[in-house]
Design a protein around this ligand. Structure first.
Ligand SMILES: Cc1cc2nc3c(=O)[nH]c(=O)nc-3n(C[C@H](O)[C@H](O)[C@H](O)COP(=O)(O)OP(=O)(O)OC[C@H]3O[C@@H](n4cnc5c(N)ncnc54)[C@H](O)[C@@H]3O)c2cc1C
Length: 367
């Protein structure tokens, strides 16, 4: 029996933005979530020290869009926060993304990239931006830790996530709007779905028979899991997070995130110091600091999937799953897990709004 016109599986940003948009337009919507909280990976909690930590890894909100900034402002007041990242290289903390001034300082005023021509893989595309010794220190080790394979096996597209900066501006990105919700991501996401029925602790795949939608099932979980992995598994990477509380240390590092590209610095890929996300007054009231070290692993539990694996074999498998999904007109599989794509939060929101508006247009055209 249908429980709503639209059944939305997953309460992450994708599911929640679609649900909010449909509900605001007067549609009947029910949401199902297998975790014990709404919000998907956009979630946080308090460490006993009083420091707020992001449960599924650090989330820095940024967008260049007035419309998206206004949308998120409906559910939270965002305090300005511009993330600064450093990479530990030769025992020093250097800017990440790499500053051209570092290359001039270490290689010389005139330097040439390590690759010319049309790159066919991630290593060549990275070397097209910088000399080889710089690539070796900043990129190769980090990439091997992150993906567990040699960088020549990865797609050129991955290099879209970084660049070599002409200036020494230490900010990770320069978007017009950057911030974190003052009352935390958990509150932000709860407010987004206020008034919409949400069934928590319910895995849709274990109770498909009882949960049906009159018009459309929107599934935002992993597409391979939806089809029982019948065409094989899509490969993901994820982070194992180890938290350490240092009661007698006020600040352990100069910025929120320090990357460790060198294997000699340990297996972890980055260290987060959460206090940097607090206001100076709030941080001053806290005793000690919390560090989280992240080490990349290959997850088998779909609840822990984080980064889709950027290679050809997985892209092909995804296409095969998408063909299965396209055969069902009452099914839409979307979101970072459904589309097997990394979306920043603003991209996830924009995409979800687009999909929801298409649903509303189809409804008008059909009725
Ligand atoms: C480590 C990490 C760090 C990130 N940092 C940033 C950042 O700094 N800035 C930024 O802009 N973006 C960041 N992101 C991206 C951000 O997390 C995503 O844009 C966002 O989570 C996408 O939301 P989603 O709804 O598509 O997926 P999700 O948040 O994963 O939501 C999917 C939901 O579906 C539920 N679900 C799945 N299967 C089922 C089922 N069978 N039944 C019921 N429920 C189900 C899951 O439990 C989950 O709640 C980061 C992502 C990662 C992985």
């Amino acid at each position: 029996m249908a429980i709503a016109d639209y059944l939305i599986v997953g309460t992450g940003l994708t599911g929640s933005v679609i649900a909010r948009t449909l509900a605001d337009a007067g549609q009947s919507v029910v949401m199902v979530e297998r975790r014990g909280h709404p919000g998907g990976n956009v979630h946080d909690e308090h460490h006993p020290s009083g420091i707020r930590i992001h449960t599924y890894g650090p989330h820095y909100f940024r967008t260049g869009s007035d419309k998206l900034w206004e949308f998120v402002g409906r559910f939270a007041c965002f305090r300005p926060f511009e993330a600064v990242l450093k990479a530990r290289v030769d025992g020093q903390l250097e800017n990440w993304p790499i500053a051209a001034s570092y290359i001039r300082r270490t290689i010389g005023p005139t330097w040439t990239p390590g690759f010319t021509g049309t790159p066919t893989n991630f290593e060549e595309a990275s070397l097209a931006m910088m000399p080889r010794p710089v690539y070796e220190k900043f990129v190769r080790g980090y990439t091997e830790k992150q993906w567990g394979v040699t960088p020549t096996k990865l797609s050129t597209e991955l290099t879209r996530r970084f660049d070599v900066r002409e200036d020494d501006d230490p900010r990770l990105v320069k978007h017009r709007y950057q911030g974190v919700p003052e009352e935390g991501y958990a509150t932000f996401m709860r407010r987004m779905v206020a008034g919409i029925p949400v069934i928590l602790n319910c895995d849709y795949l274990h109770c498909r028979e009882q949960l049906a939608a009159d018009r459309l099932l929107v599934f935002t979980g992993p597409i391979d899991e939806y089809f029982g992995f019948s065409l094989g598994r899509l490969h993901y990477r994820a982070q194992r997070r180890e938290h350490e509380y240092l009661p007698d240390v006020d600040w352990a590092q100069p910025c929120v995130q320090v990357n460790s590209p060198s294997a000699a610095d340990g297996p972890h890929i980055r260290t987060i110091e959460w206090k940097h996300l607090m206001t100076p007054d709030g941080a001053a009231r806290i005793r000690g600091t919390v560090l989280t070290r992240e080490t990349t692993v290959t997850p088998t539990n779909p609840d822990q999937y984080e980064y889709p694996f950027p290679d050809h074999a997985n892209a092909e498998r995804l296409t095969a799953y998408q063909q299965l999904a396209a055969a069902d007109p009452k099914l839409l599989i979307c979101g970072r897990l459904g589309e097997y794509r990394y979306f920043d939060m603003d991209q996830a929101i924009a995409r979800a709004q687009l999909l929801a508006h298409r649903m509303l247009d189809a409804r008008v055209a059909g009725s």
